[in-house]
Design a protein around this ligand. Structure first.
Ligand SMILES: [Zn+2]
Length: 158
């Protein structure tokens, strides 16, 4: 994956879970423009534009802003909505929720549990077991393929 966007990002880590509290001024200098617009200004990428939408590889999806682990590939599903969709975050602390009444709609916004960046929304029309659909902008996700050993472990389990 492209790692260039993290070279100037002191907050980025896959293991450090201490909260990140940077101002938008600071983020603007650190993040690529498309990431900044979605993550910090609650923008939405155009449907069907994310290469992650159709990705079926085994691995982990991280917050592209701070590196917080958000979703595992085995909770990703084909929702047909045009954005990467998951039915369950990695842990309760991966995500924080907020009521969003913008555009005359009643939605629940989901944000990164570590850096509070906007990720997307969660809806009640997902598949079992949670029946939730986390509809996430691909631009704020980083995907990392599972290591070969991990893949083998998962294969043996089945
Ligand atoms: Zn984050």
């Amino acid at each position: 994956m492209d790692t260039s966007k993290k070279t100037n990002n002191p907050a980025y880590s896959h293991t450090d879970n201490t909260p990140v509290n940077l101002t938008n001024e600071q983020w603007k200098k650190i993040l690529p423009k498309d990431v900044y617009e979605v993550a910090r200004q609650k923008g939405t990428e155009r449907a069907w534009t994310s290469p992650l939408e159709e990705l079926k590889d085994v691995g982990t999806y991280y917050c592209a802003v701070c590196g917080n682990p958000l979703f595992k590939s085995d909770t990703k599903f084909e929702s047909g909505c045009g954005w990467p969709s998951f039915y369950q975050p990695i842990s309760k602390s991966s995500i924080i929720y907020a009521a969003d009444h913008s555009y005359g709609m009643d939605r629940t916004e989901v944000m990164c549990g570590r850096c509070k960046s906007h990720l997307g929304h969660v809806f009640n029309d997902g598949p079992p077991p949670t029946h939730l659909r986390y509809c996430i902008n691909g631009v704020v996700l980083d995907f990392e393929k599972a290591k070969e050993a991990e893949k083998k472990y998962n294969a043996d389990k089945q």
